[in-house]
Ligand binder design. Sequence first.
Ligand code: GLU
Ligand code: ZN
Length: 291
Amino acid sequence: MTTRTRFAPSPTGPLHLGHGYAALVAADLARAAGGQFLLRIEDIDRSRARPHWEAQLKDDLHWLGLDWPDPAMRQSERLGVYEERLATLWKDGLLYPCTCNRRDIQSAASAPQEGAPMLGPDGLVYPGTCRHRHDRTGPMPRDAALRLDMGLALERLGAQLIRFNETGPLQKDIRTDWTRAELLQGVGDVVLSRREMGTSYHLSVVVDDHDQGITLVTRGADLADATSIHVVLQGLLGLSSPSYHHHRLIRDPAGKRLAKRDDARALAAYRAEGLAPADLRRMIGFTPSVS
Ligand code: GLU
Ligand code: ZN
């Protein structure tokens, strides 16, 4: 099978060193395997995505020496595809509408009988307030967020362990095996569709990686816990799971993760200073086989 990797940035700001690193890892792994590198524009958050950021990120990637088949996949053009997958999960009784806001979740999660509130890949683990409040038959509601009933999902999958194939370097924080109890307590009923987007990161990324034929998902180690959710979704939707390579994160000299707003480390700023792509690779200690 041909190796296919992808870089999936959101056009909500300039690409910085960390993005450059992620893109180079994906492209170099594809090249080393004689495979293909794809680009995907993750622009479902219409309130933050901007066409000029999309144009600039493509320009930065070309400058880095990367190329991909045109046109790149754009999530904003695929809302109907996500809707269909969501409808399948709804028909299977695996989703329920949730109208809680952040404050509702916070107070329910910190109620004394709940124990210490748990943080999962999406923040506070949802305490399940709306799980049995609504009928799950009839048409799929569109006026609320839709959450995955994780307990029911794991029951349907019948697996004792949710696991993924990690091909990246060993990193101490990466867990590749999740028990049911760990998923219920540490991840919970995640949102698969936000009211204003009609989808969510987790659903889109699973459907897109499948539709783009991605065999090796490369991304930062900060997303490794979310991979457990993606494997559950692949199982529920009958999609095969790709392999994963979670790479280290690029940090600033103080050890802090780079943020999009850290414009000093934008690739464009280094370009403007006259740095060459090779200088940049050196700066981020680029050694794809071990990073
Ligand atoms: N759009 C995501 C980000 O910029 C990438 C997610 C992924 O690679 O799965 O963080
Ligand atoms: Zn709710």
